[in-house]
Design a protein around this ligand. Structure first.
Ligand code: SF4
Length: 367
């Protein structure tokens, strides 16, 4: 650890010179930083920027998020996936209003107690918003630390993960020693690690000659950059099939809302069901799914999507009907394309909607 002071100083200097100008970096508002951190989980910065801007316009404060309708919150989130995160944001906002009179808590223990907040997010909020010496460890930071310290074991293993958290803690605690008026070394150190992983120490072809840590990096010295971090053995993918139906009645499509307690609760979807194989008898599958036989039905598109290790091939059919439909106990509606656009869909069903819109071309107002 003798090199720790040099490493920390190099990272702080590099971050001041190279940090990208991202909208959430222009504020120290913990609410705004929290939203950015949750959106950035498994989503790239360039995708998140418009979502974050829109969210902050629509819900500029904890109180505005707490009192919003869940459907509005989901609509604002639609397209980012992982809808539980949006629901957790609102539950946490409501808790902050009831337990902390609407002020974002400053204490790590209070922050990590909020719904959907784990050790990484709590550490990011404490350090970035409040400049506290709390560590962060996401995929980028894991890669950077594993390479600098030459850690060759699987970072998903408990012991290795513990060691990486300890290193992250040492670094940010050391950074706190450089506190001077108008500086935020804990915030900068953690963001430097994240930024380095995102822009320089990338998974493939890291740019070591440009790296501020190159003199201290064991992976580089030992020519083991490509081997570190160790690859986690992934479980085998499971292939699944499903069918969805975009049924049109007088220019309106049938959609239904998922109930509370289900996966993707409160989101809308085209009627669908899982099949054991590619669809062969489409009319009978449609009947099982819809409870009626459409007047006409034809293949429309295929949406391939992945949930964890499940690779799902969703075959989409369009059809027409002139009959009524009760919705089989679910909250179902017949909506124009314009009305569908206002609803929150999971990403696979949003792709179906986009394909329908592309096929329909510019819209005439419904009669
Ligand atoms: S020297 Fe290369 S491998 Fe080491 S931290 Fe920097 S970019 Fe990553």
């Amino acid at each position: 650890m003798a090199r720790l002071p040099f490493l920390v100083r190099s990272l702080l200097g590099w971050y001041r010179r190279n940090a990208r100008k991202l909208p959430w970096r222009l504020t120290t508002d913990p609410y705004a930083i929290w939203i950015s951190e949750v959106m950035l989980q498994q989503t790239q910065v360039r995708t998140v920027i418009p979502y974050w801007n829109r969210w902050m316009r629509r819900f500029p404060s904890i109180r505005s998020l707490a009192r919003a309708k869940v459907s509005e919150v989901l609509r604002c989130w639609a397209g980012l996936g992982y809808y539980t995160r949006a629901r957790n944001l609102q539950s946490a906002a409501r808790l902050i209003v009831s337990n902390h009179v609407g002020n974002f808590p400053r204490n790590f223990g209070d922050i990590i107690a909020l719904p959907g907040v784990g050790r990484y997010t709590a550490g990011a909020i404490c350090s970035i918003a409040f400049n506290q010496p709390a560590p962060v460890l996401d995929g980028n930071v894991t890669r950077v630390l594993a390479r600098i310290f030459g850690i060759t074991t699987d970072p998903k293993e408990t012991r290795t993960k513990g060691r990486l958290w300890d290193l992250a803690q040492h670094l940010v605690s050391h950074a706190a020693k450089y506190q001077k008026p108008k500086t935020r070394p804990c915030a900068d150190l953690n963001q430097a690690l994240m930024e380095l992983g995102a822009t320089v120490c990338t998974p493939r072809q890291p740019q070591c000659p440009k790296c501020p840590c190159r003199r201290y990096c064991r992976a580089r010295k030992e020519h083991r950059v490509a081997e570190i971090p160790a690859k986690t053995v992934r479980p085998k993918s499971l292939h699944r099939w499903a069918a969805a139906f975009a049924i049109n009645r007088d220019g309106r499509f049938l959609v239904r809302q998922r109930s509370s307690g289900e996966i993707n609760a409160y989101l809308w979807e085209f009627p669908n069901l899982e099949t054991n194989s590619p669809v062969s008898k489409v009319q009978s599958v449609a009947h099982r799914c819809l409870g009626f036989r459409p007047r006409s039905i034809q293949p429309f598109c295929v949406v391939a999507h992945t949930i964890m290790r499940h690779r799902i091939r969703l075959e989409v059919f369009t059809g027409t009907t002139n009959g009524p439909w009760t919705g089989q106990g679910r909250n179902a509606r017949w909506c124009t394309l314009k009305q569908l656009h206002q609803l929150a869909f999971p990403s696979a069903h949003r792709k179906i909607l986009q394909a329908l819109e592309a096929k329909a071309g510019p819209q005439k107002p419904p009669r």
